[in-house]
Ligand binder design. Structure first.
Ligand code: SF4
Length: 348
């Protein structure tokens, strides 16, 4: 008879099937069972990628967002300056930001931005990607700006020297997508990911736990499994980010509850048992590390100074000016502390 224990035992050696992943989502429903899941997931991480944590830098924004109406859970609701031209780094600022990332020793960085629709969005993305890639040959560049470009542009991005693309879905439920991201089209994002695979560029995507499930106690396990297995057909899947929904201040969903921490940890662990050797984010927290995460995103974030990170009270004493109105937040100590204290090697 198949039990969660028999699946976990098999998962030491072999990736989970879709049915097994669904079974685990349903059956890991207590403290004791969670501990059993975490033990297997962290062991698989240790065996497959080692007891190492990778770091990803962050620079934003490279493009404004022109999506109208804005996605219902977007940060744009909390601060109207976000993802406007005021938030976008000039070419000189981007170059200086890349040099700073390199000087901090980081070897990979994500360039974030909004979805800048139309021809201008395409041109801006390609120009910014080129500036970033030329500014540092040591730092690999990942692009995460909606898709402010067409599927065929991924080949141009590759030529420029980009390492990978994050064209985040957050959910693969078409109805949720329409409800929560009414100005966007899930199919267009899927086409970008498919073309990214063909271009042999790295794929990064994000699953948001608890998005749109506010009025039901029933967990959308099948939807999460569908999300995780949607990417099984891509050999270039390199990064999976999993985090809970967070209600953004002033947004239409600000009164909705945050996503479940328990389900997020389960999803990270189950993702590790499916995708054995990819990078999985969440390694800044002890729970993430226990669940098999090995990647910390947003290390040394570089943005315009008005951005939330620049004003975060915890890091305010370590906000350094980079160039013009651009700042870097030295969050290295905090975000790597758990991993270092637990004996992980930090891989820049
Ligand atoms: S595409 Fe991104 S930046 Fe633009 S509204 Fe949606 S979540 Fe916000």
């Amino acid at each position: 008879m198949v039990t969660y224990r028999s699946i976990l035992k098999k998962a030491f050696e072999e990736p989970l099937t879709r049915e097994e992943a669904l079974f685990l989502f349903k059956k890991i429903n207590s403290y004791d069972r969670l501990m059993e899941l975490l033990k297997v997931a962290s062991k698989v991480r240790d065996n497959e990628v080692g007891r190492k944590v990778k770091l990803m830098g962050f620079i934003a924004s490279i493009t404004p967002c022109t999506v109208d109406p804005p996605c219902r859970y977007c940060f744009r609701w909390s601060n109207p300056k976000l993802f406007t031209w005021e938030d976008v780094l000039s070419d000189e600022e981007l170059k200086a930001a890349m040099e700073t990332v390199e000087s901090k020793g980081l070897r990979r960085v994500e360039l974030g931005g909004g979805t800048f629709l139309g021809e201008e969005g395409r041109k801006t993305t390609l120009r910014k990607a080129e500036i970033a890639c030329k500014a540092s040959r040591k730092v690999s560049v990942w692009i995460n700006n909606g898709p402010s470009y067409k599927p065929e542009d991924v080949y141009e991005l590759k030529k420029i020297g980009v390492e990978g693309i994050a064209c985040n879905f957050e959910t693969t439920s078409k109805s949720k997508y329409r409800r929560l991201r009414p100005g966007l089209n899930l199919k267009a994002r899927m086409e970008i990911v498919e073309e990214t695979e063909k271009a042999d560029l790295g794929i990064d995507n994000t699953l948001m736990i608890g998005l749109g499930d506010w009025h039901t106690v029933k967990k959308p396990y099948r939807e999460w499994v569908d999300f995780l297995f949607y990417f099984a057909k891509f050999s270039n899947l390199r990064i999976m980010e999993i985090h809970p929904f967070r209600p953004i201040r002033n947004s239409p969903v600000q009164k909705m509850p945050s996503g479940s921490e328990f389900e997020t940890v389960k999803a990270i662990a189950i993702a590790r048992l499916i995708y054995r050797s990819i990078d999985i984010s969440g390694a800044q927290s002890i729970l993430g590390l226990l669940a098999g995460a090995n990647l910390i995103m947003h290390v040394y974030p570089i943005t315009k100074s008005f951005r939330a990170w620049g004003k975060h009270p915890m890091y305010s004493s370590r906000v350094e000016r980079v160039f013009g109105n651009i700042v870097v937040v030295d969050n290295f100590y905090e975000v790597t502390r758990n991993a270092r204290e637990m004996g992980f090697e930090i891989e820049f």
